[in-house]
Ligand binder design. Structure first.
Ligand SMILES: [Zn+2]
Length: 65
């Protein structure tokens, strides 16, 4: 199973509007595993600018097709 299929079946999906370019992208989030937390950045797939970061969530962003 591909990473995309795994994400689409188990992650929470939301739509996010980029504060930099104003475009809407699809964001999948999943809680990080406690004990192996790392800083994850929420990067816009259109302009590659950061819309925030989290020590608790993993982000996977994709453009709206
Ligand atoms: Zn953007």
């Amino acid at each position: 199973m591909s990473i995309i299929n795994r994400i689409q079946s188990s992650w929470n999906r939301t739509n996010v509007k980029c504060v930099h370019c104003g475009k809407v992208y699809i964001q999948y989030i999943e809680e990080q595993i406690p004990g192996c937390r790392d800083k994850e950045y929420d990067i816009c797939p259109y302009c590659n600018k950061e819309n925030g970061s989290s020590m608790e969530l993993d982000f996977f962003n994709s453009k709206v097709e």
